[in-house]
Design a protein around this ligand. Structure first.
Ligand SMILES: Nc1ncnc2c1ncn2[C@@H]1O[C@H](COP(=O)(O)OP(=O)(O)OP(=O)(O)O)[C@@H](O)[C@H]1O
Ligand SMILES: [Mg+2]
Length: 399
């Protein structure tokens, strides 16, 4: 799919913005701090309901304004679609598709994008929560109905935690035990589905990430992904030594392992007033050449791994999603690469229907990706592609 038009209002440093996009590569150039990332972040938000830079929506609304609006015209299989989200400073956000109201969390059904930015190094080097966010975001784009299951799981977890907290102060009473069992059933039902879907997706990524890593780096460092599951007695949120995980027979179903693990940790759960087993405590182990990326890989290797992870995600969505190719967004990627890898990356992304690229320095981006260039300065779009005039030396003159 492609974006043909983006309209922003009161988003970050944009009072208003209107940008037209071309199929294929679109390059956004401007000095630091002018609004390049803001522009592509807005598209990422419209597709995933999150920003890769902040966890709260507040920073997305222009300072002094009450609401930001992101509106994009999308095209898929020759059909046009208008998707829109309003981010409110107070009160719930609102979303529309073709002017009809939808729930914001349904937006990923209509718009699929994969964004890579320097912040994604955090997926590889950061806490388990960053990897869970990564896989869940991909999961929702891949299988949109799972957004509902994740919401159900979150609500169940909250309820169960508050029950455990009250049992901690007074000891578990008979009526609380009955209630706990009901929450256990729900936790296991929603949680097992999330675990199974995540594991399936992690396995589905294994070949695409090998291909993507080799395509960008030019060597095969054997990148691999392995699910780390709390239902199997490993707790990614704590030092592994401190966990007395009961050994679990892995030929049992996910739900059975989940129940066994819950029973084994019930005492600590009540002591701590916290649910200690479930997808919210899981992780994914990333490895290169059979060594963990986190703690072992070099900066360049970690960075390439994160990039390959995003390219592999895009490849997987292209293969499985009924929205076709996701819009691929590369924020500030080319400055990090040498000329050789720039050319390799340009080749690797050339087959996508649309690729959006930001760069502070035009020369960092291979010519093959610079046919449609838009200049950005202080939250203003200076030139649409058709306004760009190029002089005899190939230097752009503003139209
Ligand atoms: N809510 C907001 N209201 C007003 N301005 C904001 C808001 N959030 C961010 N900004 C401003 O937006 C500006 C541009 O940010 P952006 O990250 O898009 O820059 P950039 O062009 O990608 O720069 P770089 O090349 O350094 O990555 C920053 O100066 C920042 O202060
Ligand atoms: Mg930027």
């Amino acid at each position: 799919m492609i974006v043909t038009h983006l309209n922003l209002s009161e988003y970050r440093n944009y009072a208003v913005a209107d940008v037209t996009f071309a199929p294929g590569a679109n390059l956004f150039v401007g000095r630091n701090g002018q609004g390049k990332t803001n522009l592509v972040e807005a598209l990422g938000y419209l597709s995933t309901l999150g920003s890769h830079r902040v966890s709260s929506d507040q920073a997305l609304i222009r300072a002094g304004a009450d609401a930001a609006v992101i509106r994009a015209r999308l095209q898929h299989n020759g059909r046009d679609l208008l998707a829109e989200v309003q981010i409110n400073r107070s009160g719930a956000n609102r979303a529309q598709v073709n002017r009809g109201q939808i729930k914001p969390r349904e937006l990923p059904r209509y718009f699929s994008s994969v964004l890579f930015a320097p912040e994604d190094l955090g997926i590889v080097r950061g806490d388990p929560s960053a990897r869970r966010r990564f896989i869940d975001q991909l999961l929702v784009l891949h299988t949109p109905r799972l957004a509902g299951v994740m919401g159900d799981y979150e609500r169940t977890l909250k309820q169960r935690n508050s029950l455990l907290k009250s049992a901690r102060s007074s000891g578990l009473k008979a009526n609380q035990l009955t209630t706990l069992e009901i929450w256990d059933d729900r936790l296991v039902a929603f949680g097992s589905e999330i675990i199974d879907e995540r594991v399936r997706l992690v396995h589905a990524l294994s070949q695409p990430i090998r291909d993507a890593y080799a395509a960008v780096v030019g060597d095969d460092h054997g990148p691999s992904l392995t699910p780390v599951l709390s239902i199997d007695g490993v707790d990614a949120e704590e030092d592994s030594d401190s966990v007395a995980g009961a050994p679990v027979a892995t030929d049992l179903s996910t739900a059975d392992r989940f129940r066994t693990a819950l029973a084994a940790r019930r005492r600590s759960e009540i002591e701590r007033g916290l649910t200690l087993v479930g997808p919210h405590r899981d992780d994914i182990l990333f490895e290169l050449n059979s060594l963990p990326v986190k703690g072992y890989a070099s900066h360049g290797e970690s960075w390439s791994f994160a990039l390959a992870l995003k390219l592999a995600s895009a490849e997987l969505l292209r293969r499985d999603s009924n929205l076709g190719d996701p819009v691929l967004i590369l924020d500030d990627v080319f400055a990090e690469l040498d000329a050789h890898r720039r050319a390799r990356l340009a080749a690797a992304v050339s087959s996508f229907e649309q690729v959006l690229i930001t760069a502070a320095v035009l020369d960092d981006v291979p010519d093959s990706l610079a046919a449609h260039t838009v200049h950005i300065e202080a939250g203003r779009i200076l030139a649409a592609p058709e306004d760009i005039v190029v002089d005899r030396d190939g230097v752009e003159i503003r139209g």
